[in-house]
Design a protein around this ligand. Structure first.
Ligand SMILES: [Zn+2]
Length: 205
């Protein structure tokens, strides 16, 4: 099958139902329903379970690099930020870039999505990316313990916001990334007010 560059940037049909409108029909765009996840010593809120329509859209954006899905996904991130009460925070902090994924994709999904999502706000908070202290493996190839070991003490906060921050990541699986983000902020003397993710496939087992 021949795949042109245009198919990579713009899927031929809706990513969810396969009908003609692209990249997604308005009726196929799901709605966020924010819920708190158990097992963390700071609030962790998720807009979606990583399944069904949202899984297709996120996978299309992150793994197939369908960048035309970024605006509709950013709309969903904006919904989540609104429900979390984004105006309470002095800044939004995103994970340090994984160099392997960044080389493959050419963009940083969490930072790009949240940066686009805050553009519509009257007083958009600053979006700060953590920096890496070393190179990491791709988390998706690793099990729970290996993931925790992989990211442990791998991030640092260079810019210090004046008040509590909101942590943001696109997908939460074991929680090891968000825990490391929290550790890095606290190590820099910054209060973690809350954290949120677009979608979670968290299991405590
Ligand atoms: Zn559709």
């Amino acid at each position: 099958m021949h795949i042109s560059l245009l198919d990579i940037v713009f899927p031929a049909t809706c990513i969810v139902c396969g009908a003609k409108p692209k990249p997604i029909c308005p009726t196929c765009l799901p709605s966020a329903c924010v819920a708190e996840l158990p097992g963390f010593d700071f609030p962790v809120l998720a807009g979606f379970k990583h399944e069904g329509a949202i899984e297709k859209v996120i996978t299309g954006y992150k793994d197939q690099q369908l960048v035309s899905l970024e605006p509709p996904l950013a709309k969903l991130v904006a919904q989540v930020l609104h429900e979390v009460g984004v105006s309470r925070f002095s800044a939004i902090v995103t994970p340090a870039r994984n160099h392997l994924n960044y080389r493959k994709r050419g963009f940083d999904p969490a930072n790009s999505l949240v940066s686009r999502a805050v553009r519509g706000l009257a007083k958009p908070p600053k979006v700060i990316s953590l920096s890496s202290t070393r190179k990491l493996e791709d988390q998706r190839r690793l099990g729970r313990l290996e993931r925790a070991r992989n990211v442990s003490e791998s991030m640092k906060l260079d810019l210090k916001p004046s008040g509590p921050v909101l942590l943001f990541d696109d997908v939460l699986t074991t929680g090891s990334t968000i825990r490391e983000m929290s550790r890095a902020c606290r190590a820099a003397g910054v209060e973690v007010g809350a954290s949120c993710v677009l979608a979670e496939r968290f299991s405590i087992f």
